[in-house]
Design a protein. Sequence first.
Length: 292
Amino acid sequence: MSGADILDVVREVQIPILAALLVCGSAAKAAQAIRARSLEAETGPTVIFPVRLRRTAALGLCTAELALGVGLLLTAGRIGTGVPALAVRAATALLFITAVGALHELRDRRPEAGCGCFGELSHTPVSLRTIARTAVLCLAALSSIGVPPLRMPGSAGQAGLTLAVVAAELAVLAVLSPEVGEILTRMSHADPCELREVPLARTFSTLEASAPWRRYRRYLVTDRPVDVWREGCWRFLVFPGVLGSRRVEMVFAVYLAGRRAPVRVGTLDVAPGVAEVWHAPTADSLQASNPV
């Protein structure tokens, strides 16, 4: 088998691989939004948008990925040849080109945020490895442009070559994917939540998707906490705010386990010019003082 034949196989397999990744990515983002009961949950690069646009951006990203994934499959055979196939594959390449730039921007502006590529599995901060994976997928999409309609392998040798190419590419993508490590970690053990390491970015994602955050966010002076600490299964975040004419500190308690982690909030008055002994609240005291 010549080098040209091998190159043809490499180009052909990009279409089903890209389609599978796009559909899985869209499904993972949708599952995360459903569990958080909000599309405003952190979805990778959408966190760099203004808050009022994040819902629209997240919905647009999920829809685009699903539409392109399905479109790649529908235009892979003889039915979708010509202009439809060219349009879908060019749009897929454009999506990944845009994603490379967006992830680079996200890494600069929100270094603690994950790419959100596969929902809650992608909470690891964006690294050069993540950007490299997106660049590889961009090249894969570009190489798929102009590929003739896909067909079944004509011989056992061609089928073996196709499987080998698919396995090699998936191995490269696995090396570039931090999500693989997260999956293996979840499969290998299940530590109690008191000992489990939970990234701060995931806590922010849970908080920003909660009803207490949406209710009290307008009273906050800044959306960056002035203090963060953890006690057992709870992480506490303190934000300065103004409630009426009073200066307050709003303390949010985020539970660190479970798919629908509860979030509680309480307010503490801050008297200007008065030295006070401040005692860290507990999750029970927040629930009792201000149940939400």
